[in-house]
Design a protein around this ligand. Structure first.
Ligand code: HEC
Length: 435
């Protein structure tokens, strides 16, 4: 290059090169630092164990989530998105408020504040891989096609195969199927499963039952929730849920396209108690706190509140709940008002229309409530444009079946028990917390 015209330019050029080289060395040093930080969190030591416990059952090939998070190579491009989604508590999908009510749940994939901070610090430090020798062995992910409740003795399928197009919008469908049961049975275990190969498009399924008795009265209730990573419900010994002859099963399906036409015929599988056997404790699932007349959500309103109540006729152990709201649902709390007047919050949870999660209480913390307790369900709806599912914030919304109408109730699952058993259970609880 000829700098004869202008020595100054030559100097700048030369220093520029030197600076570039120095910068390169520094960058390389930085890279080396990122590979082996002194004491900071690394992928292999700190982040991978979190992903194994809380993410990989969904984020693996052939599953529902958009990308795999099995290896460093898989994870690295998503580091920032992982930090953001975990910090917002959008991932893993689990919206229980952690600072109120019952703390212990079955199959709780949620992250602790410390785990979220670890992920944040790791991304901040450049998402270093760390020492491969620190990595825990890969976890054994169950075969997607395995029934976790064992091979079912009775299977009810969607009446017809559903086709999810390559680029359809998300769809929420209610599809009814005949159980074909000719006698009443008590369910010991139940699990819902998409067809083999359909896992990527079946975002979510909730199944429920509807039957009519001889007097024309309707009954039924919530049956089971399918989400990747949930293992079906195996009820504790001596506990069962009734399904009557002639029951119709409703599959509430949430389908999402994945760029490839996919067919699905989701099934629900059952294990039963022997015919005629009535288990000691019968699990009930029912709507609690419906707000048929009181749901009143003005156009553009946020935090529109509605209340509903249900009185427990007998001593009760609550085993779990699922908020039921539609597109504008935002948050729900369930509290127990004891006959003494004492009020305790059982749970509060955010509501995300994309996920319909059942929260099952760990047995040792499942609320034990005396007869006469009032379950109080409080729902909040967001009818503003900030709710990304909201089709029309300019409309008033009330109670109704269409998903553009709304609802607020909790599916609550519980069993009743005689007074003396209630006393015994209370006693046992007190013992175990004293230990
Ligand atoms: C129950 C299944 C499930 C679990 C568990 C889960 N995910 Fe997801 N994840 C999904 C699905 C499905 C999506 C696609 C979009 C949606 O539904 O939000 C997603 C989306 C994401 C995204 C956004 C991807 C994008 O396209 O921007 C990130 C990041 C993510 N998940 C990270 C995680 C992390 C980290 C964990 C564990 C701490 C986790 N997920 C646990 C199912 C799951």
């Amino acid at each position: 290059m000829d700098f004869a015209c202008c020595p100054y330019a030559r100097r700048v050029f030369r220093y520029g090169i030197a600076a570039l080289v120095a910068g390169g060395v520094l960058a390389a040093a930085g890279l080396a630092l990122a590979q082996e930080p002194a004491g900071g969190p690394t992928f292999t030591k700190d982040v991978l164990p979190i992903l194994q416990r809380s993410c990989q059952q969904c984020h693996r090939p052939g599953s529902v989530a958009p990308m795999s998070l099995l290896t460093y190579r898989d994870v690295r491009p998503w580091a920032r998105a992982i930090r953001d989604r975990t910090a917002q508590r959008e991932m893993p999908p689990w919206f229980i408020e952690r600072n109120v009510g019952v703390r212990a749940f079955k199959e709780d994939p949620s992250l602790t504040d410390a785990e979220i901070a670890t992920i944040g610090a790791w991304v901040e430090a450049g998402a270093p891989r760390g020492n491969p020798a620190d990595a825990p062995p890969p976890i054994e992910l169950a075969d997607l096609d395995d029934w976790r409740i064992g091979t079912p003795e009775w299977i009810v399928e969607l009446p017809e195969e559903q086709t999810v197009g390559a680029v359809d919008a998300d769809r929420w469908l209610n599809i009814w199927a005949d159980s074909r049961l000719t006698e009443d049975r008590y369910i010991k275990a139940v699990e819902t499963k998409p067809s083999p190969g359909a896992y990527p498009v079946v975002h979510h399924v909730a199944t429920s039952m509807l039957w009519e008795n001889e007097d024309g009265e309707e009954g039924g209730g919530f049956l089971n929730e399918y989400a990747m990573g949930k293992n079906g419900d195996i009820f504790p010994d001596g506990t069962g849920r009734l399904i009557r002859a002639g029951t119709q099963i409703r599959f509430n399906m949430h389908y999402s396209s994945v760029g490839e036409e996919t067919r699905d015929r989701t099934r629900v599988g059952f294990q039963f108690y022997p015919p005629g056997h009535v288990p000691e404790r019968v699990l009930i699932s029912r709507h609690v706190g419906d707000s048929f007349d009181t749901l009143d959500i003005r156009a553009g309103e946020d935090n529109a509140r509605s209340d509903g109540y249900y009185v427990l006729p007998e001593p009760t152990q609550v085993t779990g709940f699922q908020p039921h709201m539609h597109i504008r649902g935002k948050r729900m709390c369930v509290e127990a008002i004891r006959p003494s007047g004492a009020i305790e919050t059982l749970s509060c949870t955010g509501h995300n229309f994309g996920w319909h999660i059942v929260y099952n209480y760990a047995d040792h913390e499942a609320p034990l409530l005396p007869a006469g307790t009032i379950l109080h369900v409080i729902g909040w709806h967001d009818n503003t444009a900030a709710n990304r599912y909201n089709p029309d914030p300019k409309n008033w919304v009330g109670f109704g079946n269409r998903s553009i109408d709304d609802m607020s109730f909790a599916w609550m699952s519980f069993f009743h028990m005689p007074e003396d058993e209630y006393e015994r259970r209370l006693e046992a609880r007190a013992q175990s917390t004293n230990d």
